[in-house]
Ligand binder design. Structure first.
Ligand SMILES: [Zn+2]
Length: 200
């Protein structure tokens, strides 16, 4: 609850300041995109659709969209290979990015559940992570995606990084509409576009 009061104050504050705290002079920002799962770890699965593939495809779209703007995108996982969370954390630390975006797809027993969720950890970077997390959610919301409020979660990857980081659940593979969208090139491009537009 403390975090949410804090986040509320922070969001109101940022509306007035409207400055990116990690990039006040608008120089090129370095973003590491962490496609979750890989190899033997498929993540969530619905029919033949695998979370590891969806997030890898969206990460490629993100990279393609940022070819000639102010965002340098580095993909942490470019192959269908298992990577432990510890390995991800140490590789990301070596890259010292301005922001980490970890991509996942959700699954629920309740097949009605749908939409985008964004998580940040409570650590030294919560303010900056929340700034980006809020912008990402707003960008999806503007395009009529269902979004929930920014959530706090002490995921291993998020809490152990020494830079701002967000984890995005792009949609629910257990929901027929979300799944169809997530599994289409059109949907993957559109999702990547919303994320990129919130980084500018
Ligand atoms: Zn996942």
């Amino acid at each position: 609850m403390r975090l949410f009061c804090f986040l509320f104050i922070m969001c109101v504050g940022f509306n007035f300041a409207a400055a990116d705290p990690t990039n006040p002079n608008k120089t090129k920002i370095k973003v590491v995109v962490d496609a979750g799962h890989g190899g033997m770890d498929s993540g969530a699965q619905s029919d033949s659709v695998l979370e590891k593939q969806i997030v890898a495809d969206v990460s490629s779209q993100l990279k393609a969209l940022c070819n000639d703007n102010n965002i340098e995108v580095i993909l942490l996982r470019t192959e269908d290979k298992f990577m432990s969370l510890e390995d991800r954390v140490s590789k990301i630390k070596a890259l010292s990015p301005d922001l980490v975006i970890s991509l996942h797809a959700n699954y629920s027993e309740n097949r009605e559940r749908n939409g985008v969720e964004v998580f940040v950890a409570e650590n030294d970077f919560t303010v900056k992570s929340s700034y980006f997390g809020t912008k990402i959610l707003e960008s999806f919301k503007r395009k009529d995606f269902k979004t929930s409020a920014l959530r706090s979660a002490n995921f291993f990857l998020l809490k152990n990084l020494d830079c701002p980081a967000v984890s995005i659940e792009l949609g629910f593979l257990s929901n027929a509409e979300d799944m169809k969208y997530l599994n289409s090139e059109f949907g993957q491009k559109f999702i990547a576009k919303q994320i990129v537009s919130s980084l500018d």
